[in-house]
Design a protein around this ligand. Structure first.
Ligand code: M6R
Length: 613
């Protein structure tokens, strides 16, 4: 949450900062600002999106070759002009942008006020600028870099920080604890960002800062150290993402582009890992730990949001295909219990961004207790992917829309491949079963393509009929229960319609009371071993005049007859069906949100990467 950019070099900094902030806007978008050096520190900031900042900067016409910028997702203090970043020290000479939460800011603020400092904002970030200036101006023989280290020692909490001081106009100081920061290395220019998207246009050489590290960055040099001043030699990584992948490519929204990318992203996720000729699956990322995985007492999967829904699909998969017991946990709950996890257990964390604070904390907790920790991540180089013992990347390509779509299907594909590989290695799945599964799995991209081509128009029509429904209920069974949860989450997060996902049979234990002729009920009725039971549940809804929208397999006359609207999709193995059933639900929520005039890619109150707990 919150995006940070920085630039130092020969180009016009404002252009690079604004472009970078636009790319990071998915991390927060309630206010934005930059600090530049042009004969002293100049700050432009305010409530609203980056586009408003861009206009203000154009009007100002300030030129500079060095600057830092920020796009905010408010934690402390409402989104307004004053609380926007950068925050300045009292003298106005030091500017700070921050991602994270300073937990002891109240205590520090009180102390600073007692010592005579005046604060402008309600933010936790301002204390960094003020404390830093106090230390710098009052401690004898302490240079600015040392002052930063001393200030950081007093700070409790998480931070990705970029700092400028007009007295050191050629450099930017950055520091990291808990919130991601990258340094991009160019030819006589350096870039700083919360993720690679603002950097990729200029250089593919990056350094990932780790927790407890800081760097001093000038146009032609960088020094990375620990906060305790221990010099480090960091590995320079090569970015694999392309510029095309982070642009809309003619689509009106990233979400729609990402939905339509799924035939390719699913194929990319499987590429080189499944082999229909040999009937084998090899996941290189877990090859070294496969024995421990085979002998694991159980797998605990921890995740948040959509990733938690794919974890639920994973539970069904591992239990059916590999006969391995699985528990699924909300990462945020797992860490605050006293979880019974240790040696012999495997914690599998799933995260698109690889930066979700609660998921990261669950990982660290399980690791500290002796469990092996595996990850399924989309973002290469992310904190979670670097802290896990082993893992599998989803290779879905950058996901920028706040509502997760292609990451979900790619996570499910990885879980399928893991469960199949495990099932085979444990001797649970015969070669002929493997051959069957792999053959079917390799058909999924074309089936997804078929669904996108053949259902898009019908879903748009259906969406226009339900645009103003105040509530929705989603029902599914077995593998499609998590899909019901996911469909409901998609709808509520981008269209602000109240929606609930439920296991279809559970409906009788409460939610059935909500059903009347106003209630759209989306039933995910893939023809599997639960089909008959599902038909009974649909009858129960119909008897109460609920409006049934079904996602069903081609040729299911009973469901078709009971439904007011139906979307037919191709059949597949039961355990692969979430990969197909979720697609119409993604489209439905997208078109409803567009009809309601909602900001699809940047829904209110949300951020793509939730780096606060
Ligand atoms: O990056 P992660 O997968 O760890 O993110 C987890 C959730 O924050 C995320 O899935 C969120 O629920 C999405 N907005 C859902 O569309």
């Amino acid at each position: 949450m919150c995006g940070i950019v920085g630039y130092v070099g020969d180009r016009e900094a404002t252009e690079i900062l604004v472009k970078g902030l636009k790319r990071l806007e998915y991390r927060g978008y309630d206010s934005a600002g930059v600090a530049l050096i042009n004969h002293g520190l100049v700050v432009q900031k305010g409530k609203g999106k980056v586009i408003a900042l861009e206009k203000a900067l154009k009007a100002d016409g300030v030129k500079s070759n060095i600057g830092i910028g920020h796009t905010r997702w408010a934690t402390h203090g409402e989104p307004n002009d004053v609380n926007s970043h950068p925050h300045l020290s009292e003298s106005g000479k030091i500017a700070v942008v921050h991602n994270g939460i300073i937990e002891n800011y109240n205590t520090l603020k009180k102390q600073l006020i007692e010592r005579g400092r005046t604060f402008q904002s309600q933010t936790d970030t301002e204390i960094v600028a003020q404390l830093l200036e106090e230390i710098y101006t009052t401690s004898k023989g302490v240079n600015f870099e040392q002052a930063i280290r001393l200030a950081l020692k007093q700070i409790v909490g998480t931070y990705g920080l970029a700092i400028m001081n007009e007295e050191t106009p050629d450099r930017i100081f950055i520091a990291r604890k808990g919130s991601p920061l990258l340094l991009g290395i160019g030819e006589d220019e350096m870039f700083i960002a919360s993720d690679a998207s603002p950097i990729v246009e200029y250089t593919n050489k990056v350094i990932y800062l780790d927790d407890g590290e800081m760097a001093i960055v000038t146009r032609d040099s960088y020094k990375v150290k620990t906060i305790d001043d221990y010099p480090l030699t960091k590995e320079v990584h090569e970015l694999a993402i392309s510029l095309d992948a982070i642009e809309k490519a003619g689509y009106p929204h990233f979400m729609l582009k990402e939905i339509f990318e799924q035939p390719r992203s699913i194929a990319d996720c499987m590429r080189g890992r499944i082999n229909p000729d040999t009937g084998k699956i090899v996941l290189g990322g877990i090859e070294d730990v496969i024995d421990e995985l085979i002998h694991a007492k159980r797998i605990v999967i921890a995740a948040c949001g959509t990733s938690w829904h794919s974890a639920l699909v994973g539970e069904y998969l591992f239990e059916q295909l590999a006969k391995t017991p699985v528990e699924v946990e909300y990462a945020s709950e797992f860490r605050y219990r006293d979880p019974l996890i240790g040696k012999g257990d495997v914690l599998l964390v799933i995260s698109q961004s690889g930066e979700t604070a609660d998921t990261l904390a669950a990982l660290r907790e399980a690791k500290a207790r002796g469990a092996m920790v595996l990850g399924i991540c989309n973002v290469v180089g992310s904190t979670i992917s670097r802290e896990t013992d082993a893992g599998v990347f989803t290779h879905a390509g950058p996901e920028i829309g706040v509502a997760s779509t292609k990451a979900f299907t790619a996570q499910v594909v990885v879980l399928i491949m893991m469960a199949l590989e495990l099932g085979q290695r444990k001797g649970i799945l015969s070669q002929s079963e493997m051959n069957k599964y792999i053959k079917e799995l390799s058909k999924i991209p074309s089936k997804v393509e078929y669904i996108l081509e053949h259902t898009d128009e019908a879903i748009q029509k259906m969406a226009s009929l339900f645009t103003y429904a105040p509530n929705f209920l989603y029902l599914g069974r077995s593998y499609n229960f998590p899909v019901a949860l996911e469909g409901a989450l998609k709808l509520k997060e981008i269209s602000y319609i109240h929606a609930e996902g439920y296991p279809a049979a559970e409906m009788k234990h409460g939610p059935i009371a909500l059903i009347d002729e106003m209630m759209p009920v989306v039933v995910i009725a893939a023809t599997d071993h639960t089909n008959d039971k599902m038909i009974s549940n649909i009858e129960e809804v119909k008897a109460r005049k609920g409006r049934i929208i079904s996602i069903m397999n081609d040729d299911n006359p009973e469901v078709e007859q009971l439904s007011e609207f139906h979307i037919s999709i191709p059949t597949t193995a039961d355990c692969f069906s979430p990969l197909l059933t979720v697609i119409p639900l993604q489209l439905l929520s997208y078109y409803i949100a567009v009809n309601r005039g909602c900001h699809v890619d940047q829904p209110r109150n949300l951020a793509k990467s939730v780096t606060v707990e």
